[in-house]
Design a protein around this ligand. Structure first.
Ligand code: PMP
Length: 424
């Protein structure tokens, strides 16, 4: 019979080494917040396929919508023969994305592709080529997004220099000594030392950094970014690939920032487990590129569009935005309770249900070892966790918003037990 170990051996022999794997587990089946592996072991899923399953594994609504779509057509290519679900989804997103102005939307397949296209649109709209991105930021694994990532290893290590014209600003992060004022000063320094504002097409920021460690940009900082962009005619791009689709308690995190970005990228949980991503923003920017300049063979697949439309219905029907806020409070209070007796937790932070805790050693240095041990020990106890952070020392929680209270509490119990067992 199948075992994780034999499948891992086959995987290691057949799959490129660069494709990492956090857990040495092969899945057999999944349902809402539970996964079963090929050996019949059951786990609570606090990873959600990296922020993709805000509506849980195989939500019945999503499954039904996909099944219905499969009965009609699975692919025509939207640029050859169009279909209504693509248009209906764009209409819905134009209304959901923050910003009191006319909007248009482009659908693609992956988050990286959404970021690539946001940069293309900003370049075409401004006639400029420069991009400002942030320390610790993560935007994808394509060449331009590798350039924009504020972390080299492992993403672009060994691949040589990435495309030019990307300038690095500091992401504000009090715990690591970067204030909002420092972060703004780092942008002013780019304007002074590296490139004039009139050569910068876009500033690209995650309102809550995902891979970078769940750092939340303050509304005040976002307001200052908005002002800088307005002053210099720079396109403000909010990368909501990880923070979007209800994770932070509003459908998009930027709704809590008090300002509207010009362009918003989305992906992951938008389609409940199917590959879909896109860019939504100011109509005149979105229309800057001529016909044929945007798209892709599978971009906006009808199956994924049907799934996304169902996800939006689930959010309404199950009141998942309120649920996201409630879960955030529940998870935050559990993490703070652990932190009270455990000085290795340097900070508990997040927005809505996008919650994390950052781990330090007894010298107040980032402790990636402890994070790795926690992730491994939690798995042994039946909980799938993910770490993140520039130093790999942050434990993040991305439990489905559809998980029940007892499931979430059980997962938090396991985290508490792991901290206790891994006593320093
Ligand atoms: N932007 C952010 C904020 C992300 O978290 C990710 C994925 N972790 C991406 C972009 C890239 O998305 P994808 O992996 O679908 O290309």
């Amino acid at each position: 019979s199948k075992s994780n170990e034999t499948l891992m051996q086959r995987r290691n022999a057949a799959v490129a080494r660069g494709v990492g794997q956090i857990h040495p587990v092969f899945v057999e089946r999944a349902e809402n917040a539970t996964v079963w592996d090929v050996e019949g072991r059951q786990y609570i899923d606090f990873a959600g396929g990296i922020a993709v399953l805000n509506t849980g594994h195989r939500h019945p609504r999503v499954m039904d919508a996909v099944k219905r779509q499969l009965e009609h057509y699975t692919h025509t290519c939207f640029q050859v023969l169009a279909y209504e679900p693509y248009v209906a989804l764009c209409e819905k997103l134009n209304a959901l994305v923050p910003g009191d102005f006319a909007k248009k939307t482009l659908l693609v397949t992956t988050g990286s592709e959404a970021l690539e296209n946001a940069v293309k649109i900003a370049r075409a709209a401004t006639g400029r080529a420069g991009v400002i991105a942030f320390t610790g930021g993560y935007h994808g694994r394509t060449m331009m997004t590798l350039s924009m990532n504020g972390k080299v290893a492992p993403y672009s290590a060994g691949m040589g220099l990435m495309p030019g014209g990307v300038y690095r600003a500091q992401f504000p992060c009090a715990l690591h000594g970067v204030s909002d004022a420092d972060a703004i000063a780092s942008i002013e320094r780019i304007f002074k030392n590296d490139a004039e504002p009139r050569d910068i097409a876009a500033i690209v920021i995650e309102p809550v950094q995902g891979e970078g460690g769940f750092h939340v940009a303050s509304p005040a900082f976002m307001g200052q970014l908005r002002q800088l962009c307005d002053l210099h005619g720079i396109v403000l791009v909010a990368d909501e690939v990880q923070s979007g689709a209800g994770r932070t308690g509003t459908f998009f995190a930027m709704e809590q920032s008090g300002v509207a970005p010009d362009l918003t990228t989305f992906a992951k949980s938008i389609a409940g487990g199917f590959p879909l991503a896109g860019v939504c923003g100011k109509a005149e920017l979105m229309d800057a590129i001529g016909p044929g300049g945007l798209g892709g063979t599978y971009a906006g697949s009808p199956v994924a569009c049907a799934a996304a439309l169902a996800v939006l219905e689930v959010f309404e029907e199950e009141n998942l935005l309120a649920r996201s806020r409630t879960l955030g409070e529940m998870i935050g209070s559990r993490l703070r309770a652990i932190a009270q007796d455990d000085k290795r937790i340097a900070e508990v932070r997040g927005l809505g249900a996008m919650m994390a805790c950052e781990l330090f050693d007894d010298q107040c240095r980032p402790d990636p070892n402890l994070a790795a041990q926690l992730v491994a020990r939690a798995r042994e106890k039946g909980l799938i966790l993910l770490s993140c952070g520039q130093y790999g020392n942050v434990i993040r929680i991305l439990v489905p918003l559809t998980a029940t209270d007892p499931e979430v509490q059980q997962g938090m119990d396991i985290i508490a037990d792991c901290f206790a067992e891994l006593a320093s």
